[in-house]
Design a protein around this ligand. Structure first.
Ligand SMILES: [Zn+2]
Ligand SMILES: [Zn+2]
Length: 262
């Protein structure tokens, strides 16, 4: 059994076979999938999917840094609040992406800050996307930790320094199929994360792990990434699956019985 802590199953690329993708994930051993709602639209679709698959699919709600130019504090915090009231297990994904810079950096910072404040108020973890924004992310994570807000740095490709700061703040670190790519050079970061803070994710439909690279990614492919993480940490895939499952349940407050109604 495993938990995919980050998948975009609300994405339009799954419109033609979303139910089959969910069934295939379950057949492959998925105990749960956290479906990311990184826009009002996506969160609404993720919520419907979660409603149709209680105890298996969970959803989040937030504004992605790529969309921060259009961020509207009043409007966006309202629908995120409503989503949380309807069962969203986390706020996000939110964060900072200074690699693509699809939105001005001050807008990204403002949207990120507001979502951390909201996470504090609503007592939910934050799912954080960070790329080439190390110092700003470090400051934000420290500030969040000081407020008692927990979260996860998802699809982590940053430094040991940033991961360590997040761990010190009580946060989790999640690795994706990128760890299976030949250009990956972050084994030391994978080893830095203690057993009780490690998560695994697909970030589907993106970043399919080797040997499926280039295909549309799905939660059922997560065992390839889990096997690679196990290899890096010198343990078994079963052990990594077990501890990442327990960690995802703890962070997101998921039901402990996979079949349980929530
Ligand atoms: Zn992301
Ligand atoms: Zn994502």
């Amino acid at each position: 059994m495993f938990i995919d802590s980050h998948a975009h199953l609300a994405d339009a690329v799954f419109d033609s076979d979303r139910d089959a993708v969910v069934r295939a994930a379950q057949d492959a051993g998925a105990a749960a999938v956290v479906c990311i709602g990184a826009s009002e639209d996506a969160a609404a679709r993720a919520r419907i999917l979660a409603g149709a698959n209680p105890g298996l699919i969970y959803f989040t709600a937030g504004v992605h840094p790529h969309d921060a130019a259009a961020y509207d504090a009043a409007k966006d915090t309202l629908w995120i609040r409503e989503a949380v009231a309807a069962g969203a297990v986390a706020i996000g994904e939110c964060g900072l992406d200074f690699h693509y810079d699809h939105a001005p950096r001050d807008r990204q910072r403002a949207a990120f800050h507001d979502q951390i404040v909201l996470a504090h108020e609503l007592v939910r973890p934050v799912v954080v996307h960070t790329r080439d924004a190390e110092d700003d992310t470090l400051d934000a994570v420290r500030e969040a930790g000081d407020r008692g807000v927990t979260g996860v740095l998802h699809c982590f490709t940053g430094t040991v320094r940033l991961a360590s700061a997040a761990l010190d703040a009580g946060w989790y670190v999640s690795f994706s199929g990128i760890v299976t790519f030949s250009k990956w050079s972050g084994d030391d970061v994978v080893r830095t994360v203690p057993d009780d803070r490690l998560l695994a994710e697909t970030d589907a439909p993106y970043l399919a792990p080797v040997p499926l690279r280039g295909r549309r990614n799905e939660p059922r492919f997560l065992p390839h990434t889990i096997a690679r993480i196990a290899d890096i940490r010198g343990t078994t895939p079963e052990r990594i699956a077990e501890l990442t499952t327990a960690n995802a349940r703890r962070l997101f407050g998921l039901a402990s019985d996979p079949g349980a109604k929530v």
